[in-house]
Write a protein that binds this ligand. Structure first.
Ligand code: HEM
Length: 348
């Protein structure tokens, strides 16, 4: 079902000028030069070839890139992901009978809800690592981590903390505690930041949603139009130059799902929010659609993201919450995570 003619249609999304410029100049283009040493790629076939040609290196991995110069091993990253998955599963198994008010400013309201739902019992020194203000600067994050790691004591072995916090609590020296807290932040923060951003984007793009539109389609379509992970960077490699002669041997390559997701050569009515376009479509095998990265090394968190976002949408829809009719404009700032800011969500 198309949402044309609904309240959502009269909203205007204002992108930061740099992103607006990307749409204006390069939408529908395959390869283009962005900087003297950086080539942009938005053509679905070439994105696929670049991402297939070699695995991401340590520094290109968003979650488990080295922490303060220390490489994070595969077993360590797997253990962290196992812990956070258990925590998310436990949170999703909690009954939804307790009253919860999700009206207010988004994505902040969603962030706080998720933090309390998944990591509620964790000690303050860890919970503070999910504070939205720490987005501003890594220096501030490390100051908070350093202060927390220096505090004596910690939860005992039987304390009812999250599995992720229990991993962090196992560290004994100051250095290990800093590392463990850094890892906690790396895994816990995206659960709150990315999922609340995704749901805020969905609310902005389409709420109030007609009752017969499935949450899954709403999310797939929101991930298309406002992909939180809107670019994927790969540093210069001989493999890339061999793929296309417009890519030089020393060029970094910035893949832009932001653009391939709105390529008029792939999508009908590319700027329209039409969740119905996903019925009967396999989102994992849709050319040019890679909100969770390439098939070869897709996001390890996506199996948590989708059910958490669906839970939030269920609660919002059951409570008849939608973007306030008074709000007509939302801004999308230039940030690592693409999303609308300051959305006012009210009861209809
Ligand atoms: C809306 C939510 C999310 C989106 C859109 C997203 C998107 C992505 C994308 C595009 C990649 C591939 C990056 C590349 O190839 O350069 C990726 C990888 C990854 N994501 Fe996610 N992600 C989300 C949430 C999460 C969460 C909540 C976690 C963990 C708690 C997570 C953990 C990972 C990990 C471990 C990888 C593999 C690479 C690495 O080691 O960092 N993601 N994600």
């Amino acid at each position: 079902m198309s949402l044309s003619g609904t309240a959502a249609n009269s909203r205007s999304t204002v992108f930061t000028p740099r992103i607006e410029e990307l749409f204006r100049k390069y939408r529908g283009a395959d390869v283009f030069r962005l900087e003297p040493d950086t080539v942009g790629v938005a053509g679905p076939a070439l994105i696929d070839e670049v991402l297939r040609s070699r695995p991401a290196n340590d520094f290109e991995r968003p979650t488990f890139k080295p922490l303060q110069g220390k490489t994070i091993s595969r077993p360590e990253s797997s253990a962290v992901m196992r812990a956070v998955s258990q925590d998310v599963r436990a949170a999703l198994n909690k009954p939804t009978t307790d009253p919860v008010d999700l009206a207010g400013e988004w994505p902040h309201t969603g962030h706080v809800y998720l933090r309390d739902l998944v990591f509620g019992p964790d000690p303050f020194r860890l919970r503070v690592l999910m504070d939205r203000r720490l987005e501003w600067t890594p220096k501030l994050t490390w100051t908070v981590i350093g202060a927390g790691a220096a505090l004596p004591g910690g939860p005992g072995p039987d304390a009812p903390v999250s599995h992720l916090a229990a991993l962090a609590a196992a560290a004994t020296t100051y250095g290990d505690r800093r590392h463990a807290m850094g890892l906690y932040r790396r895994a816990a923060a995206p659960v709150c930041f990315t999922v609340s951003a995704l749901v805020a984007n969905a609310l902005w793009l389409g709420s109030p949603f007609p009752a017969d539109v499935p949450n899954r389609h709403i999310l797939l379509e929101s991930l298309r139009l406002l992909p939180p992970s809107w670019n994927l960077l790969r540093v210069a490699s001989p493999e890339f130059a061999a793929l296309d002669d417009r890519i030089g041997a020393t060029d970094d390559v910035l893949m832009l799902p932001l653009l391939s997701h709105r390529d008029p050569g792939i999508w009908d009515d590319p700027d329209a929010f039409r969740p119905d376009r996903w019925s009967g479509v396999d989102a994992d095998n849709q050319p040019g659609y890679l909100p969770f990265g390439h098939a070869n090394e897709r996001c390890w968190g996506r199996h948590m993201v989708m059910p958490l976002a669906e839970r939030l949408l269920d609660l919002l829809r059951e409570a008849d919450l939608a973007v306030s009719p008074a709000q007509r404009t939302a801004h999308v700032p230039l940030a690592g995570l693409l999303g609308v800011s300051r959305i006012q969500v009210t009861r209809r």
